[in-house]
Design a protein around this ligand. Sequence first.
Ligand SMILES: NC(=O)c1ccc[n+]([C@@H]2O[C@H](COP(=O)([O-])OP(=O)(O)OC[C@H]3O[C@@H](n4cnc5c(N)ncnc54)[C@H](OP(=O)(O)O)[C@@H]3O)[C@@H](O)[C@H]2O)c1
Length: 275
Amino acid sequence: MTAGTFPDVDVLFSSSDLAGAPTGSRLPHAPDEPTLCALYAHPPAPTGRSAFVRASMISTIDGASWGADERSGSINSQADYRVFRVLRALSDIVLVGAGTARAEGYPPLTVPRGLAGARAAAGRSPRLPTAVVTRGGHLPESMTGTGSDEHPYVVTSELGRTRLPTTVPADRVVVCGDDQVDLGAALEGLAERGFTRVLCEGGPTLLGSMLEADLVDDLCLTTSPHVLGGDAARPVVNADGFTGRPQARLGHLLHADGVLLARWVIRQTTPAPVV
Ligand SMILES: NC(=O)c1ccc[n+]([C@@H]2O[C@H](COP(=O)([O-])OP(=O)(O)OC[C@H]3O[C@@H](n4cnc5c(N)ncnc54)[C@H](OP(=O)(O)O)[C@@H]3O)[C@@H](O)[C@H]2O)c1
């Protein structure tokens, strides 16, 4: 999706007065989005952990995480894109499952237009790299056809490494686990490379695995005003289900054009500093 006219955003609820966006306020679009950047400040890794992981997903009212075209593009909107741009700009790296990379044809990412200054002010590097998780090793051409500078990091296991195309540069491969990918070790591997603010853009299978391993700190979940029926997956796929998980806490809830944008605090850590 590309930038068009971005709608005003209403703050329906905010637990953070520090962000300058109290409950009841309205946020008109600004090119460098200072208030949204404060509201969505991406915290550093909590003590004892290698990353602060923020997940970003969209769902229809009835829980579908993709539309008729089997992509999420058909259920998102300018309202969602306005926030999505800020999430990317404030992260060190975007983590994505290979299924999403294949379905959406993930290209090398660039910092969203207008947000380079906000990104620099938040201390992030000028580049926005991607990391793709795969065990099968089948990556889309949009990723493998890139120059080595732009090539995504490939998070895989020892077994998965043997299946990767030979074009993947060795310094872009993060091996964690023998057969299955150990996602906790993957975050450590990314942290060793300087990436500690991770934005996980799904998809549902990867997010299910991340939640199962208790690696997700907050979840930015957009609800789009569609009812689609059908058999699209929910935003979290996990066959066994989770037990004993504490309730999430609502960080804030925004509204624009009938779209609801929630930030759910999944793990209780220190409050996000304002950037
Ligand atoms: N609504 C939204 O916000 C949203 C966001 C993202 C994607 N989507 C949609 O979701 C659909 C794709 O769904 P999906 O569940 O297949 O996506 P996915 O989670 O991105 O991809 C699943 C694949 O990623 C790799 N993977 C994920 N978790 C892994 C783990 N723990 N260990 C090893 N490999 C792992 C595997 O790749 P290999 O098969 O290569 O081993 C697996 O087959 C697309 O239609 C996309 O448009 C929606």
